[in-house]
Design a binder for this molecule. Structure first.
Ligand code: DX5
Ligand code: ZN
Length: 222
């Protein structure tokens, strides 16, 4: 059964309390919180004050996905806002190893995100220092895009690397995940699935989360 991490980016921002209540009462495991700076990605989402409020509304894991340049400038602020997992983009980090040590020394789990064009092999010499790899299955910046099929091959490669080194690094996949493609993504080796539109644009979001859990039961391929 996969970890399900609904993305609040697709929620109604005027009804965030309602979204948090729904998630808290659902089978969702993590809150996926997408932060965009209008520089690393061509969009601006929400930031620290919103996450601070969400932190107060839930005890579930806050999984913060930073789509920003110079993430080291804000790591401490996101810790203070309540992040449990802080994920930075490899394409935005000149000194990735240093960034990971900083995140872990602040007491958070350290994640690294890869854009669709970025090969998994770039992680070969740093994978042992990563708690979570987030494989982007769309180009970051917007919810509601279509899953890029080649992502499945990247997940298999990464699963091979992690297993070969006997690590417990989690694989999270983000973008275009639906009830239809979730099973094959987990079969390829994913541990955690982000879902924005699939959850929040469905008539019954909590039931959709339960369905995602059900569809990914018994498929974990290790
Ligand atoms: C995109 C974000 C995603 C997004 C996913 O840049 O990182 O987390 O919210 O939304 P869906 O599931 O609708 O593709
Ligand atoms: Zn995301």
């Amino acid at each position: 059964m996969a970890i399900i991490a609904p993305s609040l980016l697709s929620a109604d921002f005027l009804q965030l309390q309602q979204a948090c209540d729904m998630l808290n009462n659902s089978e969702a495991d993590w809150y996926h919180l997408d932060v965009m700076d209008g520089r690393f990605v061509p969009n601006i989402s929400y930031g620290l004050p919103v996450i601070e409020h969400i932190r107060k509304a839930t005890k579930k894991v806050c999984d913060v996905h930073l789509m920003i340049l110079e993430p080291e400038k804000y790591a401490e602020a996101f810790k203070n806002a309540g992040a449990d997992i802080l994920t930075v983009h490899i394409e935005a980090c000149v000194h990735l190893h240093r960034n990971l040590q900083q995140i872990k020394s602040l007491g958070m789990k350290a994640g690294v995100a890869l854009n669709p064009h970025t090969p998994v092999s770039l992680l070969q010499d740093v994978i042992q220092d990563i708690d979570l790899v987030l494989i982007m299955s769309v180009n970051p910046g917007f919810g509601g895009q279509t899953f890029i099929p080649h992502t499945l091959e990247k997940i298999r490669q990464l699963r091979g690397m992690i297993n070969e080194k006997k690590l417990s690094t989690l694989i999270e996949v983000d973008g275009g995940i639906t009830l239809a493609n979730a099973p094959q993504i987990v079969e390829a080796g994913a541990d955690a699935l982000v879902a924005g539109n699939t959850v929040f644009k469905s008539p019954d979001p909590a039931a959709t989360i339960a369905q995602l859990k059900k569809e990914t039961t018994g498929l974990v391929n290790r």
